[in-house]
Design a protein around this ligand. Structure first.
Ligand code: PLP
Length: 385
């Protein structure tokens, strides 16, 4: 087949490829502990499932408005307003099948070929993929372990040019678990206003935070007019398979993104949105219980990794990933990923799955039971001996 030229620029998420390889080994009878996939291992809360079932039985099985059901847009606006202490109009909210389409739609609506986009590296691979796909220019900014995996604002400033159209941030972050401190956000906000660029703030892990409160760039002066917040239900409410997320953006952009929804998926599933309203408005104890359990697992895995010769691990403040430094093992990240899969029976991701600055690191997701995490740590330690 003769594909469009742009298809050769589209990237992917290697987590799914590693999962497929792990499944292949399992099919041959090998035991694999899965620490590669980024989804909570908890069940969707029962009240949310009940709301979804009730909605299906109650006829919410038809098309709805492309931008999202008015009740869901209002619920998401109220949720973002409350959790970030800001004001949000429901007209700024677009409901999407998962948070990921907000990356796609932001890139589609803002980027022309040659526009420059500054984005975190290591970082979620879809940012880079979308920049390349649209012929925009990649400008990676390195996240450094020595800065708690935040970026250095001076470095950011040095990367801004007259062609900088968009800066992407992600806090709490995938893959490092890093959280951007308030002073870094304040500096970015000031630069965005002075140098006139937009910020896509990927806040999909906003509820999974272990120290202090989640802070959004949207809350700084001049930022509601130039910020796109990505958030959603996948991580906070263990709803990855329901496909429900949303974006908050300036109203003129919401109108464009609504049109992209009409042109692509038509709308997000109606019963999924009804379940999503219950998630945002109903009791929040399951979120609290999940975060408490993630914190215990984080401590277990960080301590366990630091006890293994050749590995050092920074303690992350959010999300459910650790990003240990493996340089002292003498192995390249991708080689160690393969080695651990075959010799320890533990599936992890090479740091380079998240960009060139991920060399020297692995990403482990601790969305797995404490028992499995302890077994994985033992297996990694003995495989490295
Ligand atoms: N943004 C980041 C940083 C993620 O890690 C993910 C999922 O792994 C997403 C966005 C997409 O989430 P969703 O499953 O809601 O599309």
């Amino acid at each position: 087949m003769k594909f469009a030229e742009r298809m050769s620029h589209l990237g992917t998420e290697t987590a799914f490829e590693v999962l497929a390889r792990a499944k292949g080994l399992e099919a041959q009878g090998k035991e694999i502990i899965h620490l590669e996939i980024g989804e909570p291992d908890f069940d969707t809360p029962a009240n949310v499932i009940d709301a979804g079932v009730k909605a299906m039985k109650g006829g919410y099985t038809h098309y709805g408005p492309s931008a999202g059901m008015p009740e869901m847009r209002a619920a998401a606006a109220a949720y973002v307003a409350k959790t970030r202490d800001v004001s949000v109009d429901p007209a700024q909210v677009i409901i999407t099948p998962g948070g990921k389409p907000i990356i796609f739609f932001t890139a589609m609506s803002l980027l022309d070929p040659g526009d420059e986009v500054i984005y975190p590296n290591p970082g979620f691979p879809i940012y880079e993929s979308m920049i390349d796909y649209l012929g925009a220019k990649r400008v990676p900014i390195q996240l450094r372990e020595s800065h708690g995996f935040a970026f250095d604002p001076d470095q950011l400033e040095s990367l801004i040019t007259d062609r900088t159209k968009l800066v992407i941030i992600n806090s709490p972050q995938n893959p490092t678990g890093g959280v951007l401190p308030r002073d870094v956000l304040a500096r970015l906000a000031k630069l965005a206003v002075e140098r006139d660029f937009y910020v896509l703030s990927d806040e999909i892990y906003s509820q999974i935070i272990y120290e202090g409160q989640h802070e959004s760039i949207y809350s700084f002066d001049g930022m509601p007019e130039r910020t796109i917040i990505l958030d959603g239900h996948s991580k906070s409410y263990a709803m990855t398979g329901w496909r429900l997320g949303f974006g908050v953006m300036p109203v003129p952009m919401a109108e464009k993104v609504g049109k992209l929804m009409t042109n692509s998926t038509s709308c997000t599933a109606s019963f999924t949105q009804m379940a999503g309203i219950e998630a945002l408005k109903g009791p929040q104890d399951s979120v609290r219980a999940m975060v408490k359990e993630f914190r215990a697992r984080r401590d277990l895995i960080v301590d366990g990794l630091n006890a293994i010769a050749g590995i050092t691990c920074h303690k992350p403040s959010g999300a459910f990933y650790v990003f240990p430094n493996i340089t002292q093992t003498g192995k390249k990240s991708k080689d160690l990923e393969n080695y651990l899969m075959h010799n320890a029976g533990v599936a992890v991701l090479s740091g380079t799955s998240f960009g060139e600055f991920g060399e020297g690191y692995l990403r482990l997701s601790y969305a797995n039971s404490r028992e499995n995490l302890s077994r994985a740590l033992e297996k990694i330690e003995s495989a490295l001996k």
